[in-house]
Write a protein that binds this ligand. Structure first.
Ligand code: SAH
Ligand code: SF4
Length: 411
């Protein structure tokens, strides 16, 4: 059974739109503390000597309490709240649609302003509850410049990078909708972890290559992991890259989150075809960058994602190659059943083949979870979408969702 809240109806939409961000006011979400202080001073509403204290106060309201309206900031005077509201916004983005699967998987379709892209952009965020954890799969770009041959996103052009604010907005809004801030109620019947946070893990495994939007991703993830704010442990944040080698060391050094590599092949000839960035940064360089990843240990392993493509990369020879390639690297291997999309020439490996591959890897001493399909019913339910030129095309959405749900990783 699928519960679908189609927010395209006027009433439902107006209710959320009322809180949605007016484009003309700059948002305070996604600024570093120093930038936040500077913005307050520049606006002339907070004297320089108070800026640090006010920035701290706002930080707490925005990221610990999760308020999306200055009016909720009770320890700030009414006059100052009104001034803040005149100059800035902390509102959430427009939610175009929210869907809930019978297994608890949730999807949100967000709409962000064009910011130079010509028209508003839409992206999806997916929440996957499991025993003991709830994983949020976040996008970093609209589209992707890379052209991995099995990935549907790769057939779309890059529209634009998401800003730090938009990356964080995905987390903040998901937490809003799940009642995952202090003094908020979780919606009736929601499937969430029995204890602790509803969003306990974040994976940058949505649309886009996060390391081609390094600065915004870095800013957003440092705010998401800030101990006086959203306070997600860096060990519960995983960034997935197709292999942008020059940015891998910086990811560990400057962001310090867990790393996942979209490996998918164990020799350069095949990887050149599947993940063409391999031509620029071949396996030897990629594996060397993985070995040098800061903080790597048996307790902090790199996840290697491996999509199972029938008769392409799924033989026992490939499994052997994989073990040989990863020798000596603290690693987890995440086998992803290929999600077909219209027009693709690839097929998913047979279940038996996937199991044999997984057994070989397990016997070599690696945990190799196979991602179980989630949220299948809400994938099907996307047929309800109207064709509206502003909307992400239905086939694009289906393929993206399937990828996000499949690739959500074992963080
Ligand atoms: N661009 C980043 C982040 C995307 S992560 C990256 O490539 O790592 C999502 C994961 O899903 C990646 O490992 C990606 O290779 C994989 N993926 C893409 N298309 C897929 C498909 N059709 N079926 C299964 N997995 C897919
Ligand atoms: Fe881009 Fe990742 Fe898809 Fe490759 S797999 S095209 S890097 S989103």
């Amino acid at each position: 059974m699928t519960l679908s809240f189609d927010l395209t109806t006027d009433g439902a939409r107006d209710a959320l739109r009322a809180r949605a961000m007016p484009a003309e006011k700059p948002s305070l979400i996604g600024l570093t503390r120093a930038e936040l202080g500077a913005a307050l001073i520049a606006s002339g509403i907070v004297p320089e000597r108070q800026a640090k204290m006010r920035a701290q106060q706002l930080w707490h309201w925005m990221y610990v309490r999760g308020v999306s309206d200055f009016a909720g900031m009770f320890n700030i005077s009414k006059d100052l709240r009104a001034e803040l509201d005149k100059h800035f916004t902390i509102a959430r983005p427009e939610i175009v649609e929210e869907q809930i699967s019978s297994d608890g998987t949730r999807k949100w379709l967000f709409r962000f302003p064009p910011r130079g892209a010509g028209r508003p952009v839409e992206i999806e965020t997916v929440y996957i509850p499991e025993e003991g954890r709830g994983t949020l799969c976040i996008s970093s770009q609209v589209g992707c410049t890379l052209t991995c041959s099995f990935c549907h996103t790769g057939t779309q052009k890059l529209v634009r990078n998401l800003t730090a604010e938009e990356i964080l907005a995905q987390l903040l809004t998901a937490r809003d909708r799940l009642g995952d801030f202090p003094d908020r109620d979780t919606p009736d019947g929601a499937i969430v972890p029995a204890e602790g946070r509803k969003v306990s893990n974040v994976v940058m495994m949505g649309m886009g290559e996060p390391l081609y939007n390094f600065e915004a991703v870095k800013k957003a993830l440092l705010i998401a992991s800030d101990g006086d704010g959203l306070s997600l442990s860096k060990r519960r944040i995983t960034l997935s890259t197709s292999g942008v080698v020059p940015e891998i060391f910086r990811t560990g050094e400057e962001i310090g989150v867990m790393l996942a590599i979209s490996l998918h092949a164990t020799n350069d000839d095949l990887r050149d075809l599947l993940v063409p960035i391999n031509k620029k940064y071949p396996l030897k360089e990629l594996i060397a960058a993985c070995r040098a990843y800061p903080g790597l240990s048996n307790a902090r392993r790199i996840t290697f994602e491996y999509v199972m493509l029938k008769d392409v990369n799924d033989s026992i020879e490939d499994a052997k190659g994989l073990i040989k390639l990863l020798k000596g690297i603290p690693a987890k291997i995440n086998l992803i059943p290929f999600n077909p999309w219209p027009g693709t020439n690839y097929q998913c490996s047979d279940w038996e083949t996937i199991e044999k591959f997984a057994d070989y890897i397990n016997n070599a001493g690696y945990a190799s979870p196979i991602r179980t399909p989630r949220g299948r019913d809400i994938l099907a339910a996307c047929g309800q979408l109207k064709s509206d030129s502003e909307r992400m095309r239905k086939v694009d959405r289906l393929a993206l969702e399937a990828m996000m749900i499949a690739g959500h990783g074992e963080a």
